[in-house]
Design a protein around this ligand. Structure first.
Ligand code: AMP
Ligand code: GLY
Length: 425
């Protein structure tokens, strides 16, 4: 099998590493890939969103399967375009990717099919949104841009004045472009958050091991929201009893709802859940693997990833065993100082080989210079993952390896996994 992976972050590196465990995988391409994937993938200089470019590449090369890992090409219809030229691809088509690409679509789906989520209203007009925020809206409230906004389109507002500012940013100043021209305003929920990725072929759904993200830039959940500064798996809040409830009240109803709407979801469906006093509720769906959740989930996967992916594409998941280790994993993200706002790139990274002896190093924002040196090339630079029988040990090993890697302005949180450890105690 010759496989093209579309994307170039830590998630894509983790997917590529797992795919190449299968001896049937002969050739891997990555578009655009990164400095770590360059060691075993042929990098294709195309943007992940370049649908015409990817289609042309598949026409010119013997590509058997495409793994579309990133949200924007999925929402733009890359899987549909590949289907049209007869190339099978992992991931939902454009209609099914709306579950992430439009928060209004996702919220209306949940309302129609009775799937638990925060109460909400949707608005297309600034004036009516403003009237709602000044009047009936619950306070605190959460204002969300309808479309994709690089994870930045969610604003938690503790006062009505803050919510007015949020509306102005999205609907008048268009800070998130067209994504913010329509908004969802919802009630603020509290409780532990859990990420659960799943494989689904539109009929059968198979959850992967649960995980916990750490979204803020600084220790103690301080600082700005980022793409994720570290993860652990499993998530200790996600007990077998809660998992059963989520299967019955959320996962199966979601898969059935998408089918009923005429857009069965095939690929990886990501459930961002909040475990509230009223039970588990959906905070968000993503139409793809999470980043950096993937960097702890796939290292715990014991069955073959390619087999599971192909089963979602071909509708044979019911007959495909998927299993996970009962060990724990921790991933610590090494970022460029100043991320997620302003940072410098192009610094050489040292210690990768040493750290790689005890940890899996997933590259994100890196590139390989002509002389083979690995340079920083983005906000999130590397993910350092360790697996161990106990979470405490996985955390310790991940930090020991992370400390062996250095580059100028290196930043990491020091408390990844501490909340999970406290929850277990
Ligand atoms: P999202 O971009 O949808 O993942 O939202 C980012 C983060 O905002 C989530 O991980 C939650 O921590 C928070 N959030 C989103 N919606 C709500 C809500 N209704 N209540 C409380 N927190 C929320
Ligand atoms: N880690 C959250 C996401 O991938 O959206």
């Amino acid at each position: 099998m010759n496989i093209l992976i579309v994307g170039g972050g830590g998630r894509e590196h983790a997917i590529a590493e797992k795919l190449r465990e299968n001896p049937q995988v002969q050739k891997l391409w990555a578009a655009p890939g990164n400095g770590g994937m360059a060691a075993f993938c042929e990098l294709v200089p195309l943007k992940a969103t370049d649908i015409d470019g990817v289609v042309a590449f598949c026409r010119e090369h013997p590509v058997d399967y495409v793994v579309v890992a990133q949200d924007d090409p999925l929402c733009l219809g890359m899987v549909d375009a590949l289907q049209e030229i007869g190339v099978p691809a992992f991931g939902p088509n454009k209609a099914a990717a709306r579950i992430e690409g439009s928060k209004i679509f996702a919220k209306n789906l949940m309302k129609k099919y009775g799937i638990p989520t925060a109460r909400y209203e949707t608005f297309e007009q600034y004036e009516s949104a403003l009237a709602y925020v000044r009047g009936e809206a619950p306070c605190p409230m959460v204002v969300k841009a309808d479309g994709l906004a690089l994870g930045k389109g969610v604003l938690i507002c503790s006062t009505r004045a803050e919510a007015e500012d949020a509306l102005r940013t999205m609907m008048v100043e268009s800070k998130f472009g067209a994504s913010g021209s329509r908004v969802v305003i919802e009630e603020f929920l509290t409780g532990p958050e859990v990420s659960v990725l799943s494989f689904t072929d539109g009929e059968t759904i198979v959850p992967m091991v649960s995980s916990m993200d750490h979204k803020r830039a600084l220790d103690g959940d301080q600082g700005l929201n980022t793409g994720g500064m570290g993860t652990v798996a499993p998530n200790p809040y996600y007990t077998p009893e809660i998992a059963r409830r989520v299967m019955d009240e959320i996962m199966l109803p979601t898969v059935a709802a998408m089918r009923a709407e005429g857009c069965p979801f095939k690929g990886c469906l990501y459930f961002g859940l909040m475990l509230t006093a009223d039970g588990p509720k959906v905070i968000e769906y993503n139409c793809r693997f999470g980043d950096p959740e993937t960097q702890v989930v796939l290292p715990l996967m014991e069955s073959d990833l390619l087999t599971a992916m192909l089963a979602t594409t071909h509708g044979t998941l019911k007959d495909t065993p998927v299993c996970f280790s009962d060990q724990s994993a921790c991933c610590v993200i090494l970022a460029s100082g100043g991320y997620p706002v302003k940072y410098q790139s192009g610094y050489p990274i040292s210690g990768l080989e040493e750290a790689g002896k005890t940890a899996q190093i997933f590259h994100a924002g890196t590139k390989r210079a002509a002389d083979g040196t690995i340079l920083t090339a983005g906000g999130r630079v590397l993910g350092v993952t360790c697996v161990a029988p106990e979470l405490r040990e996985a955390i310790k090993k991940a930090y020991a390896a992370a400390d062996q890697i250095s580059f100028q302005d290196r930043h990491m949180r020091r408390d990844i996994g501490q909340r999970a450890l406290a929850a277990k105690a």
